[in-house]
Ligand binder design. Structure first.
Ligand code: PEP
Ligand code: MG
Length: 589
């Protein structure tokens, strides 16, 4: 939605990662290009139009040459397609013909190119020779690159992205995110995505302001437009006026003051007024993120999403590579615990280069533990790497997407196989590694009383639990308004899980995004959770909140909230009681 004010445009989306940044737009095109319609060019401007076309082609040629030159050695011999594309760019039938069409028909470059490539593709498609027929696809790809350039959008070129820009994209998959290196940019905005999408989660970890679910921002915003991104309220302002700029500079400073005030006490324990201590842990995606966890006062790693290390590569990492990184994390955090969640790929975290995708319903497909149990050649190296790292500190194993007791038995057998093999090889590992499961599928909540007897701890993953319980795609902006952890159905599931854990004497943690909102802390304390794990930058605010709570009061608040039947009523109650303790601009949602 766009509102017009004094020449500036205000776009509203979902505040995916807090903070405010101001910078120039850097458009990356992660989807196909819309073809610009046909229009006539006045005779006197035809030469300029031809030049525009030539410049676009030259730019694409340079870009392709760079890509070919920078290919890793192991992929060098796979460059023929790129080289063929590079040659096609200057092919007479494409290049000269497009120029001739611009001149003879006095039309824009996009339309001329479209006309020429359509005819060329038709010609190649009708050929008998397989090789020549395949050239039709090459022509389509080459023409798309030129069109993209004519539209002013860049293909993602990591090397040219620097700290000054705000990334604008239609969508960013976790795989793309892992290549773009978000830490190199000021902020980002996307047309798609919700608060719980993985790209948003990474942005929060890296403390980069982000707004998602904007609908058509990537169409409205032009390259180099000045943008204000307010991740606290989910607002983006395009080409702001002087006055708006000043207003947001102030807001930005206010937010930075708030952050520094709140982090002042972050290294104190999260102990309630009546002396009950909760452990407040950090979620990480990459080993480097242990630094923000420690800086923000985290008591350990409650969730290490190990899949991101698999996404950046075109192959599965080796046991040795994994062990190397895991050991670093474990040693840096020692004696604090590090909870390794085993590979949770597929679903929304597709490792495109490796796993054949194309599942009709990936969220319900061969993901996480299901994939690992089916592929021991992928699972065993990871388990071995984790177990080897356990010799250097305090390690736990967390199994994702558990939906049946059989899966727990099979996963435990796989872990035992890794332990036995290491022992037989004389390789050290700790003998007290705790094994826990994610509670993120409704079936696990229903079976929690039985499953609690089979594992050492539960960790509740509200991101998926909400998705699967309420049948809401966590990445879909159109249903994002229904996605809320205070839905009565979710609160009841949390209660059931916590009780099953307590009744069986095992610990219960939460590592979904719900844990990082200080307004929810009274409920989580009332449930008796032992640990909360969250985005590192949420740790100080949650610790602050817990220090102002009393366990008995929290239990009463939980009982009251459970009597309500709507999110609004629950929110109202929490705001009334605790609203003045949280920065409303951040967490009141
Ligand atoms: C969850 O589902 O709540 C969770 C923590 O896992 P992820 O967000 O990685 O799916
Ligand atoms: Mg999950």
């Amino acid at each position: 939605m766009a509102e017009q004010t004094t020449g500036e445009k205000v776009l509203r989306g979902i505040g995916a990662s807090p903070g405010i940044c101001i910078g120039k737009a850097y458009l990356v095109d992660t989807e196909g290009v819309d073809i610009v319609g046909k229009f006539f060019i006045p005779k006197e401007n035809l030469e300029k139009e031809v030049k525009r076309f030539k410049r676009a082609v030259q730019h694409v040629i340079d870009e392709m040459e760079t890509i070919i030159a920078e290919r890793p050695t192991e992929l060098k011999d796979k460059a023929e397609i790129l080289e063929a594309h590079s040659q096609l760019l200057k092919d007479k039938r494409l290049y000269d013909k497009t120029i001739a069409t611009i001149e003879s028909e006095a039309i824009n470059a996009e339309w001329a190119l479209n006309k020429v490539t359509t005819a060329l593709r038709r010609m190649f498609k009708n050929m008998n020779d397989d090789y020549l027929r395949a050239r039709a696809d090459d022509i389509a790809q080459v023409s798309e690159r030129i069109l993209r350039r004519l539209a002013g959008a860049e293909t993602v070129n990591i090397a040219t992205i620097d700290k000054r820009v705000v990334l604008v994209a239609h969508d960013l998959s976790p795989a793309e995110t892992s290549q773009i290196h978000l830490e190199r940019i000021k902020g980002f905005i996307t047309d798609r995505g919700g608060r719980a999408s993985h790209t948003s989660i990474i942005a929060r970890t890296l403390e980069i302001p982000a707004v998602t679910g904007l609908g058509n921002a990537s169409k409205i915003i032009r390259q180099d437009d000045l943008l204000i991104v307010d991740g606290n309220t989910g607002t983006v302002i395009v080409q702001p006026s002087e006055q708006t700029l000043m207003e947001f500079e102030e807001k930005k400073m206010g937010y930075e003051r708030y952050r520094s005030a709140i982090t002042k006490y972050c290294h104190l324990p999260a102990r309630t007024k009546d002396g009950h201590e909760l452990k407040i842990m950090g979620n990480i995606e990459l080993p480097e993120e242990v630094v923000p966890v420690i800086d923000n006062g985290g008591d350990g790693i409650g969730l290490y999403r190990t899949e991101f290390q698999y996404m950046a590569k075109g192959r599965f990492p080796t046991e040795e590579e994994l062990f190397d990184r895991y050991r670093d994390v474990v040693e840096v955090m020692h004696p604090r615990p590090v909870t390794f969640r085993t590979l949770d790929i597929n679903g929304d975290k597709t490792v495109r280069q490796i796993v054949e995708s194309g599942e009709p319903n990936p969220a319900l497909g061969l993901r996480a533990i299901r994939y690992c149990l089916k592929n021991p050649s992928v699972f065993q190296p990871q388990l071995r790497a984790i177990l080897r790292a356990s010799a250097f500190g305090n390690v736990r194993i967390l199994l994702p997407m558990i939906s049946s007791c059989q899966e727990i038995l099979q996963a435990r057998a796989a872990i035992k196989e890794a332990v036995d093999a290491l022992q037989a090889e004389g390789i050290r590992s700790a003998d007290n590694v705790e094994i826990g499961i994610m509670i993120e599928v409704p079936a696990a909540v229903v079976m929690a009383d039985v499953m609690a007897k089979m594992v050492d701890f539960f960790s509740i993953g509200t991101n998926d639990l909400i998705q699967y319980t309420l049948a809401i795609d966590r990445d879909n902006k159109d249903v994002a308004h229904l996605y809320h952890p205070l839905q009565p159905a979710i609160l009841r599931m949390l209660k059931r899980t916590a009780e099953a854990a307590k009744d069986n004497g095992i610990k219960v943690f939460m590592c979904g995004e719900m844990a990082g909102n200080p307004l929810h802390a009274p409920i989580l304390l009332g449930l008796g959770l032992d640990e909360l794990s969250m985005n590192p930058q949420s740790i100080p605010a949650v610790k602050n909140m817990i220090r102002s709570l009393d366990t008995h009061d929290a239990e009463n608040v939980l009982d009251e909230v459970l009597q309500h039947t709507s999110v609004e009523a629950a929110l109202k109650l929490l705001r009334q009681r605790y609203g003045d303790l949280v920065a409303a601009m951040l967490y009141d949602q």
